[in-house]
Design a protein. Structure first.
Length: 366
């Protein structure tokens, strides 16, 4: 007859145990991911036995217990009617050293006795910090506890049409959730087929010091958006308007009377080598030379700010070139206003002539 591959060895209600220090009968021990209770005293280095399942009776602190409550062991607990600080069972998780099982029956705070099922738990409970492994023994999740923890992660499944969730929960009112890669590893969000990474509210994006870096504001039924494209070597990153509409502007504006500055005083970059006038606010017909900002950031008399740059065939202007360009633009602004005054004067003269003609019965043909 072939040897059996598996055969019954014991009922499994107890396991062998050799302690590294003396153990007292009836005092629970946390070992190998579960709780064991020695039926007899076990001397250090001597093999004994620990009970690991069954219905147990223990000394209860002055707690009121409901059947099904989680029960734990407090080595410094005071059993009702017994010796203070000699050890007791309790249903107060803030006092126990570790959980042992669930209460089989109710108990009053003056009963001094609790009945519990050893190593049976109302909720899945990790008795020792450690790993959750897959069927091949590879780590899937490593669990690490914090002494006196009050906050935790709650993972929820979902019905049809709803998303499962993972959220911070606990005693504190406001709780962050930290998600981090290892070393230089990044945190990846979404997948190739995702339609987007969604913000559930219009919160700003913060920097590492909790200061606002980018504020996001939504528009109801929006179809257009800002597109940012990075670039390979020797190419320029892009910021552009994108969306469903065929033609759309890209609005960039300062706050209040603030304008929009483009590049630094000694390096103003632009597309190509043509003469460029980068205007942050469109100047009105009444603008004067003082309405234009110089490239070094000088103040303007109004909100009409302009940074002027001349073509040099290079991507950047030095300070001297920028000053020349600003002077030229200021001169053009003055000349523009003089020409505008001449046009307005001519328009007034034409109006006078037309009025005179009308008085003698001659009217302009529309």
């Amino acid at each position: 007859m072939a040897a059996l591959k598996t055969y019954a060895f014991a009922q499994g209600n107890a396991i062998d145990y050799t302690p590294g220090s003396d153990k007292t009968a009836g005092t629970p021990i946390q070992i190998a991911g579960r709780i064991g209770v020695p039926s007899n005293d076990i001397a250090s280095g001597v093999k004994g036995a620990l009970a690991v399942s069954g219905l147990f009776k223990g000394m209860l602190a002055a707690d009121t217990v409901t059947a099904g409550d989680q029960i734990g062991w407090d080595a410094n607990g005071s059993p009702y009617g017994g010796t203070a600080l000699s050890g007791a069972y309790t249903n107060d998780s803030t006092n126990w050293d570790f959980s042992v099982g669930i209460a089989a029956y109710a108990a009053t705070n003056t009963s001094g006795i609790v009945y519990f099922f050893l190593n049976v738990f109302a909720n899945a409970e990790i008795l020792d910090e450690g790993d959750l492994n897959d069927p091949r023994g590879n780590e899937v999740i490593i669990l690490a506890g914090v002494a006196s923890a009050v906050n935790e992660i709650t993972v929820s499944n979902a019905a049809t049409g709803n998303a499962p969730s993972m959220a911070a929960t606990g005693d504190d009112t406001d709780i962050d959730v930290d998600v981090a890669g290892k070393g230089t590893g990044a945190v990846n969000l979404g997948q190739a087929t995702s339609t987007g990474v969604k913000l559930v509210a219009d919160q700003p994006i913060l920097d590492s010091s909790d200061n606002e870096l980018i504020e996001v504001a939504k528009t109801a039924s929006a179809v257009n958006h800002v597109k940012i494209t990075n670039a390979a070597t020797n190419n320029d990153p892009q910021i552009e308007a994108a969306g469903a509409d065929t033609n759309m502007d890209l609005l960039v504006e300062g706050k209040g009377t603030g304008g929009v500055q483009i590049a630094a005083a000694t390096k103003a970059s632009f597309f190509g080598a043509a003469v460029i006038a980068q205007i942050s606010h469109v100047a009105d017909p009444g603008a004067t030379a003082s309405d234009f900002d110089d490239q070094s950031g000088g103040s303007a008399s109004g909100t009409h700010q302009l940074v002027a740059m001349a073509a040099t065939g290079a991507d950047a202007l030095d300070t001297t070139e920028a000053a020349k360009a600003n002077a030229n633009m200021a001169t053009l602004a003055v000349e523009y206003n003089l020409l505008k005054d001449d046009v307005e004067a001519n328009n007034a003269l034409i109006d006078t002539i037309l009025t005179s003609l009308e008085t003698i019965g001659i009217h302009a043909v529309a």
